[in-house]
Write a protein that binds this ligand. Structure first.
Ligand code: RUQ
Ligand code: CUA
Length: 762
C-alpha cells in the first residue's frame, strides 16, 4: 500500500502548495537592477512587455515558419511562443502526418504523384469581414511548391491544402479580399502554365506568369478549386500582391520583378540572373479588376488548363481586366492603405518608396490614358500619371504596414537595417529606428486591414548575428518588438525564433479569437465531422476480417481500452481511438514501440493509426502525454504472434493474489477518502462557485470523476458479492483512483474560490 500513502501525500502537498502565496524576495528593485546591469529604459521596456504569470497577451500573432512549413503563433507584447501549427510538414506532437486523418490532409498537397514533406511558408492571412480580421480562418502559401493551406482558428488545425493547377512556383499569396471571397496566389518564376516542357529559347512565347483567385466557401471552411480561376500574365516574375479595399474594392494589385524577361545561363558565359533581372529602371505593377474577372470566368470565357479556368491574356485585355504601371526597380511589397486610396510600393534597388493614387489610376483607366502597350498588348499607364508622391525613406525599402493614426505608415529598410515611420499622404519621413539586423517584413496590429490598431510594430529580421547566446553557425531568427505608441519609436524586446525563416506575420486582437477547448466526442478534427469510428465507453472492440484487424478503443485517465491487442505476424492493424475526456487540456497520446506509430488525442477527438504487424514480438504501447499521476500506468501490450506459433502447455495468466482482507482494507480507505471529498464538495457548493469559470470547470470535471468512481464502486461490489476477491480488490482500487482525481480537482477548485474571495451560495 506504499503507493496509496504516496497519493495522500501528493494530494496534501498539492493543496499546501496551492495555498501558499508566492515567495517574497528580499532583494529590492534597485538591487536587482544593479546586479543585472539594467537601465531605467530596460525596466520600462520590461514593464511594457511583461505579462505576469497566468496573464494574457493583448494580441496574437501568426507568423510564417518559412522552411519549417509551419505557422508560429505568439503573444504580443510578451513575445511568448504559444504554438507551432503544422501545415505543410509532418509534426509528431500534433501527430500531423502520423494519424490517418491528418495524412489525408497532407495527401491533398501531393504534386505530380509525389509526397511533398515540407513547405516554404511565406505569407499568412487572417480571414476578413468588411476588411477587418474576423479571427475565423488563417491561410498561408507555400512558395516552393505552389500551394495554399487553410487553417481553422476554431482549433488551430490545418484542414485543407490546395495545389496550384497552373503554376510551377509562386510567391504572392496568401492575401484575402475584404470579405474573404477570394484568396490570392500569384506566380513567381515564369514557366509554361500547366507544367508542360518548353525550352528557355521560347521563354517569351511559352513561359507565363499569372494570378490565381481561390474561391473561399466560409460555411464549409474550404477553398473551392471548381469555383476558382486564374488570369494568364506575361512572364514577369509576379511577386507580392494585395487586395484593394473600400475605395479600391474589387481590384487587386500584384507587382513583379525581372520584367526584363532574362533567362540566365551563367554556365553558358552569360551574366547571371541577378544582373539580367535588374537591368531596367522599372518593373510593372499589375492592376487587376478581379470582380469583373470573376464574372468573365463565370460567363465561360476562360480556357481550361488542367481542368482549371484560366482567363487568357487576350481575353483579359479585351475585357479590360489588366493594366500595367511602371514601378521602382525590383520591388518587393505592394500594400494598399486602410482607406484603399493609396498603393505603396518600394523598390529594393531604389531608395524611394512610391505612393500611387487609386483615384489617378482609375481616372487613367476610364480615360484610356495609356502611354503604350507591353509586348503582350497590355495597356500601360504612365508612372507620372498614377503617382501620388515618392519619398526617400532609406536604402532597400521593402514592405509597408499602417498605423491607427491616419496617413502614417511604417516601411522596412533592408539595406539600412531600419524601420521608417512616415506620412504617405504628405510624403514626409517622420522617424527612423535602427533594427538588428536587416529587416524583411514588418507588421503592425491589424496593420493591413481597414482598421489598423497601432500600438506595436514587429520587425521580422533576416539576420540575428550577435543578438543572442551563440548556438552554432545556424542562428535563431529575430523578431523585434517596437513601441509605436509615442512620438518616437522605441525598441522593446528581441525574440529569438528557433524555427525559420519567417517572412510575414499578422497580429489580431486576442479577444477576436474564439478557439474551442474540446471537440464533440468522436470528432474527426481534420474534417470537423463525427468519425464513423467514434467509440464510447463500453463499445470498445477488436475485430478480425481475414488478415485485417480493426481495433475500436478509448482513452481516458489513466487507461487505454483495450490494453492487450493480440495479432498474428503479417496482420494489417488499424486502431481507431477516441479520447473520452471532457476536461480542459486532457490530451492523451498513443505509441507502439518500434512500429513508428504515434498519435495525439485532444478531448473528444477520434483518430486512427495503422500499420502492418510484420515483426513478431512483444511491443509495449503507452500514452505519451503526462496526463495524470498514473500516466506511466497508461499502458498496454501489442502481442504479435510469430507465424505458426503454438501455445505451450501450462501457459497461464499470472496467479491471483488478493483476498477478502485486501478488499475490505481498500474499501475502508475509499470510505475515508469519500469523507474528505464530501467536505470539499460541501465547501464548494456552499459558495457561489458558478460565478468563477475556472472553479466551475474544475468542479464539473471533479463531478465527472466521481461518476466514474461510482461505476467502479458498483463493479467492485458486484465482484465482492460473487466472492471474486481479487477482481473486487482491483476494481475497488480503480474506484479509489477516481476519488483521488476528484479530490485533486476539488481541492484546486476550493483553492481558487478561496483566493478569489468567493461569497456564499445564493
Ligand atoms: S517575402 S521578406 Cu515572401 Cu518579403 Cu520574404
Ligand atoms: Cu494519458 Cu498519459
Amino acid at each position: 500500500m506504499i503507493r496509496r500513502s504516496l497519493w495522500v501525500t501528493l494530494v496534501t502537498s498539492l493543496s499546501t502548495f496551492l495555498l501558499a502565496g508566492p515567495a517574497t524576495s528580499a532583494e529590492s528593485l534597485q538591487q536587482v537592477m544593479k546586479r543585472r546591469g539594467l537601465s531605467q529604459e530596460d525596466l520600462l521596456a520590461a514593464a511594457k512587455t511583461y505579462v505576469p504569470t497566468g496573464g494574457r497577451d493583448e494580441f496574437v500573432a501568426f507568423s510564417s515558419g518559412g522552411q519549417s512549413g509551419h505557422v508560429i503563433v505568439y503573444g504580443i507584447p510578451s513575445m511568448r511562443i504559444l504554438k507551432y501549427i503544422a501545415v505543410f510538414t509532418p509534426e509528431p506532437w500534433q501527430a500531423y502526418g502520423y494519424d490517418e486523418e491528418s495524412k489525408a490532409v497532407l495527401a491533398q498537397g501531393r504534386m505530380d504523384g509525389r509526397d511533398i514533406t515540407w513547405g516554404d511558408t511565406h505569407h499568412p492571412a487572417i480571414s476578413e469581414t468588411n476588411g477587418d480580421y474576423d479571427g475565423q480562418y488563417l491561410f498561408i502559401n507555400d512558395k516552393a511548391n505552389p500551394r495554399i493551406a487553410v487553417i481553422d482558428l476554431h482549433d488551430f488545425e490545418t484542414k485543407q491544402i490546395v495545389v496550384s493547377p497552373v503554376f510551377q512556383s509562386e510567391h504572392g499569396g496568401a492575401f484575402v479580399s475584404e470579405n474573404t471571397e477570394y484568396v490570392i496566389q500569384a506566380a513567381q518564376y515564369a514557366a509554361p502554365l500547366g507544367g508542360e516542357y518548353s525550352p528557355l529559347e521560347r521563354f517569351n512565347e511559352d513561359y507565363r506568369g499569372g494570378v490565381t483567385y481561390w474561391k473561399f466557401n466560409r460555411e464549409k471552411g474550404k477553398l473551392e478549386p471548381e469555383n476558382s480561376f486564374s488570369i494568364e500574365l506575361p512572364p514577369y516574375s509576379q511577386d507580392l500582391s494585395d487586395f484593394g479595399k473600400l475605395a479600391s474594392s474589387g481590384w487587386s494589385f500584384t507587382n513583379s520583378f525581372c520584367s526584363e524577361r532574362y533567362v540566365g545561363g551563367i554556365e553558358r558565359g552569360r551574366p547571371p540572373f541577378e544582373a539580367g533581372c535588374s537591368a531596367k529602371d522599372t518593373d510593372y505593377l499589375h492592376v487587376i479588376n478581379w470582380k469583373k474577372a470573376a464574372q468573365v470566368a463565370a460567363a465561360g470565357k476562360a480556357t481550361k488548363i488542367n481542368g482549371h479556368d484560366v482567363i487568357m491574356m487576350d481575353t483579359a485585355i479585351e475585357e479590360g481586366l489588366v493594366y500595367l504601371i511602371p514601378e521602382p526597380k525590383s520591388p518587393h511589397g505592394v500594400d494598399v492603405s486602410p482607406d484603399g486610396k493609396y498603393i505603396v510600393i518600394s523598390g529594393k534597388l531604389d531608395s524611394h518608396t512610391f505612393v500611387y493614387s487609386w483615384k489617378k489610376i482609375q481616372d487613367a483607366i476610364a480615360a484610356k490614358d495609356f502611354v503604350k502597350k507591353d509586348p503582350y498588348g497590355i495597356p500601360i499607364i504612365a508612372l507620372e500619371t498614377a503617382l501620388h508622391t515618392q519619398v526617400p525613406l532609406g536604402l532597400g525599402p521593402l514592405h509597408t504596414q499602417f498605423d491607427s493614426a491616419p496617413g502614417v505608415a511604417y516601411t522596412s529598410l533592408y539595406v539600412d537595417s531600419m524601420a521608417a515611420r512616415w506620412d504617405y499622404v504628405n510624403g514626409k519621413l517622420l522617424d527612423r529606428l535602427p533594427i538588428h539586423y536587416n529587416i524583411g517584413h514588418l507588421m503592425t496590429m491589424h496593420g493591413d486591414t481597414v482598421k489598423p490598431r497601432g500600438k506595436y510594430l514587429v520587425a521580422l529580421n533576416k539576420l540575428a548575428i550577435d543578438r543572442f547566446n551563440p548556438v552554432g553557425p545556424l542562428h535563431p531568427q529575430n523578431h523585434q518588438l517596437i513601441d509605436i505608441g509615442g512620438d518616437k519609436m522605441s525598441l522593446l524586446r528581441d525574440m529569438p525564433l528557433p524555427l525559420g525563416e519567417p517572412h510575414y506575420s499578422v497580429a489580431i486582437e486576442a479577444g477576436l479569437l474564439k478557439p474551442a477547448i474540446r471537440y464533440r466526442v468522436g470528432t474527426n478534427t481534420r474534417t470537423g465531422e463525427i468519425s464513423p469510428h467514434k467509440t464510447r465507453a463500453g463499445e470498445e472492440k477488436i475485430e478480425r476480417n481475414g488478415k485485417k484487424v480493426t481495433v475500436h478503443g478509448t482513452l481516458i485517465r489513466s487507461h487505454i481500452t483495450p490494453e492487450i491487442i493480440e495479432v498474428d505476424e503479417g496482420d494489417e492493424v488499424t486502431i481507431h481511438l477516441t479520447n473520452l475526456e471532457r476536461a480542459q487540456d486532457q490530451t492523451h497520446g498513443f505509441t507502439i514501440s518500434k512500429y513508428n506509430v504515434n498519435g495525439s488525442w485532444e478531448p473528444g477527438k477520434t483518430a486512427t493509426v495503422s500499420f502492418t504487424a510484420d515483426t513478431a514480438g512483444v511491443f509495449p504501447f503507452y500514452c505519451t502525454e503526462f496526463c495524470s499521476a498514473l500516466h506511466l500506468e497508461m499502458q498496454g501490450y501489442l502481442l504479435v504472434k510469430p507465424k505458426g506459433y503454438k501455445a505451450k502447455v501450462g501457459e497461464l495468466m499470472p496467479k491471483e493474489q488478493y483476498d477478502q482482507e485486501d478488499y475490505e482494507k481498500q474499501v475502508a480507505t475509499n470510505v475515508a477518502t469519500q469523507k474528505t471529498i464530501d467536505g470539499v464538495v460541501s465547501y464548494i457548493t456552499g459558495r457561489n462557485y458558478r460565478q468563477f469559470a475556472t472553479a466551475a470547470a474544475l468542479f464539473e470535471d471533479a463531478a465527472e470523476q466521481l461518476e466514474y468512481a461510482a461505476e467502479m464502486k458498483a463493479k467492485a461490489e458486484e465482484e465482492a458479492a460473487n466472492g471474486n476477491w481479487h477482481s473486487a480488490t482491483l476494481w475497488a482500487g480503480q474506484w479509489w483512483q477516481y476519488q483521488v482525481k476528484a479530490a485533486d480537482l476539488g481541492l484546486r477548485a476550493k483553492t481558487h474560490l478561496e483566493q478569489a474571495g468567493a461569497g456564499p451560495a445564493m
